[in-house]
Every structure is written in structure tokens, then in C-alpha cells.
Design a binder for this molecule. Structure first.
Ligand code: KIV
Length: 274
């Protein structure tokens, strides 16, 4: 039986099954999701993890960064995703301002997400500087996924979206942070846009699954923003992205045809009326 069929046999993906996948050297497939209808398709295809990413701020709301999205908006997206899911594990991003610098606020934000959306876990960006928040959330029994490397909520600190941890000092900090997140009890970790060699080292040095985006092949799984891999986002083609469809062009073509059909009174025809 192929690995794909084996993985699809799982009825509901849990954090324990993700750990078992890493232990068995099965790669983990993760995508973002923000709404009910798309989630139905992704879940039926057998995706392992669905991330209700704060990238919703970009691809759903049209903001330039992930900073403006609110906790209420994340809960709205997460509830829509949870209603559609049968199999995948749902992870929800804690948005900017909902967990930094105040672990009680972080706990309350995570509890709101879990209670009001029915999601299975939360993700937050950062290492040592947010360890109090991570610890407090974990103590309440909420599974936490970490996120290191390029952390888009800190874009104004970084100044650009280029590859992180190319320098020795930043790479060493990232490795320490990865170990810390594992020791705190995070169930998995996202590494975004870092050198493939460093990502491999991290994935080999921690027991928990490491999911990469722009972090090369030698990690335990991959994540992409669904709008990017389906080619809905226009002209966003970073090197790490594999675009599986060009839905921007496909949808534009279909809508142009519909407009023509309406204007030329081809639609609706006799069979398309009562
Ligand atoms: O918000 C998001 O989509 C993410 C992924 C890029 C990992 O955090």
C-alpha cells in the first residue's frame, strides 16, 4: 500500500499521529484554509493539517501584512474551517497582538479560539521571547505549534521578506529556539524561509515534526498557502512555491465567458429555466 493510501486511512489526524508519522519517516502535508467550501475539498483530498493562517489577512482581506487581522476574524475563519473538516488536524494562528508580552492574554486568546471555533490547536510565532505565553497555553491543555525563521508578524522589525538565519548568530539562535519549543512541549514547529541545510539540522535535532515553507526537502513536512499553490494569488511566485494550477486565469476565463453569455443572451437557455 502506498504511503498516501496509508495516510488517508487515518480517520482523524491527531498530534500523536503526526509524531508517529515523523517517527515512521512519513512526510506530513499541510495547507492553509480559511473557509468552508475550500476546506471540504482539501480535507476530502486527504490533507493532514489545515492551518487557519493569519495569511487570511493577505489573501482573504487584502491587507499588505498579517498584522491587521483580529482575534474575532481568526475565530470566524477557524469556525468555517472546523465545520467542514472530517479528518485533518486544524491549527489556528494566534494573530498579532493577541499573545506577545502577556501570557494571560495569550492564554485567553488561545482559549477563545478553542472554545469558539472548535479548532484542535494553535500556532504562534517566535521562540524565547514568547516562551511564557507558550508555557501557559500548554498548561491549559491546548496543543501549540511553534513558528521560527521568517515570522511575518515581525515584518517591520526584519524590513523584508527575504531568507532568514543566513548568518551564524541568527542560525544559532534559531537552533536554540527550536530546542526550547520542543522542551516546552510544542507538538510541531514551522520553519519559514531559512536555508535548507539549517532546516535539515533542526529537523534532525528535535523529536517533534518540523514543517517547512521555503525550508528545503529535509524536514518532516511541507506547508503552502493554498491560494498560492492553486495560482489564485496573482504574480506571487517566490522560488519555494510550486504552483499546481493557474486558477487566476481559469476563473477569469470562466467569468469572461459568463459575461459574454449573459450579454449575448445565450444564458440562460431553454433548459436552464423553469
Ligand atoms: O499564516 C500562514 O499562512 C502561515 C504559513 C505561511 C506557515 O503561517
Amino acid at each position: 500500500m502506498s504511503i498516501h493510501k496509508e495516510v488517508k486511512k487515518i480517520k482523524k489526524v491527531t498530534t500523536h499521529q503526526l509524531q508517529a508519522m515523523k517517527d515512521r519517516k512519513e512526510k506530513i502535508a499541510m495547507l492553509t484554509a480559511y473557509d468552508f467550501s475550500m476546506t471540504k475539498i482539501l480535507d476530502a483530498a486527504g490533507i493532514d493539517i489545515l492551518l487557519v493562517g493569519d495569511s487570511a489577512s493577505n489573501v482573504m482581506a487584502g491587507h499588505e501584512t498579517t498584522l491587521p487581522i483580529t482575534l474575532d476574524q481568526m475565530i470566524y475563519h477557524a469556525s468555517s474551517v472546523v465545520r467542514a473538516v472530517d479528518r485533518a488536524l486544524v491549527v489556528v494562528d494566534l494573530p498579532f497582538g493577541s499573545y506577545q508580552g502577556n501570557s494571560l492574554k495569550a492564554l485567553n486568546s488561545a482559549i477563545r479560539i478553542m472554545k469558539e471555533s472548535g479548532a484542535h490547536s494553535v500556532k504562534l510565532e517566535g521562540g524565547k521571547e514568547v516562551s511564557d505565553s507558550i508555557e501557559r497555553i500548554l498548561k491549559a491543555g491546548v496543543p501549540v505549534m511553534g513558528h521560527l525563521g521568517l515570522t511575518p508578524q515581525s515584518i517591520y522589525k526584519f524590513g523584508t521578506y527575504t531568507v532568514r538565519a543566513k548568518e551564524e548568530a541568527e542560525a544559532a539562535r534559531l537552533k536554540d529556539d527550536a530546542k526550547l519549543l520542543e522542551d516546552l512541549g510544542c507538538f510541531a514547529l514551522v520553519l519559514e524561509k531559512i536555508p535548507a541545510k539549517l532546516a535539515k539540522e533542526v529537523a534532525e535535532s528535535v523529536r517533534i515534526p518540523v514543517i517547512g515553507i521555503g525550508a528545503g526537502p529535509d524536514v518532516d513536512g511541507q506547508v503552502l498557502v493554498v491560494h498560492d499553490m492553486l495560482g489564485i494569488t496573482y504574480e506571487f511566485k517566490p522560488r519555494f512555491l510550486r504552483q499546481y494550477l493557474n486558477l487566476y486565469e481559469e476563473i477569469k476565463g470562466a467569468v469572461s465567458q459568463y459575461i459574454t453569455d449573459v450579454k449575448e443572451q445565450d444564458f440562460p437557455n431553454e433548459k436552464e429555466q423553469y
